[in-house]
Design a protein around this ligand. Structure first.
Ligand code: HEC
Length: 163
């Protein structure tokens, strides 16, 4: 039984290690075009949650009870943002608004992502507490964290007709 357990553990460990490796390989091979498309979807999802939160904290709608849900959704959506910017998905390789500065100053980029996550985690806490004023203030801090990264790392929109 003891031996069986050990073998089991080794087998699971190997399976996990292999899974991680296989995952990494598949990830590295992702088509840059698809990666850009994916990260834009994630950014847009963030924007939607952000807008929903805004409507609640500004009192445009009275769904106060749903604030924590939206805050948690935003917090989750923003997790692992830096993973969405693998090497080879910059403007030298593909059409994207991600600036080359991301890969030139990766540490600062990581810090910007971390900052957002700190602010959204704080918003979740506040939203669960139910203090509306504090939630409104923290919503602003979240917006600042989005804008902080965009200012440094997102290129301006090229002028074209709105979709
Ligand atoms: C760590 C940096 C970073 C943070 C934090 C960040 N973004 Fe972004 N965002 C980017 C970059 C870089 C792009 C450009 C992506 C591209 O074109 O490939 C982008 C693009 C976008 C877009 C345009 C998507 C499209 O379809 O072109 C929206 C909308 C957006 N972000 C919203 C947000 C919101 C809302 C937040 C905060 C809740 C946020 N972002 C936080 C870096 C960030």
């Amino acid at each position: 039984m003891k031996n069986f357990k050990k073998t089991g553990v080794i087998f699971v460990t190997m399976a996990v290690a292999f899974g991680v490796l296989a995952g990494a390989v598949a990830y590295a091979a992702d088509d840059p075009k698809q990666v850009v498309k994916y990260r834009k979807s994630v950014m847009k999802a963030q924007l939607r949650h952000f807008q929903a939160i805004k409507a609640i904290v500004r009192g445009k709608v009275s769904f106060t009870g749903l604030l924590a849900n939206q805050a948690m959704a935003l917090d989750l959506t923003g997790k692992g943002l830096t993973d969405l910017f693998p090497a080879g998905t910059g403007p030298d390789k593909i059409k994207t608004r991600a600036k080359a500065d991301i890969w030139q100053d990766w540490k600062k980029f990581e810090a910007s992502a971390k900052k957002l996550h700190q602010e959204t985690a704080k918003l979740v806490k506040i939203a669960n507490g139910g203090d509306k004023k504090a939630a409104a203030a923290q919503f602003k801090a979240v917006g600042k964290a989005c804008g902080g990264c965009h200012k440094s790392f997102r290129a301006k929109k090229k002028r074209k007709k709105k979709k």
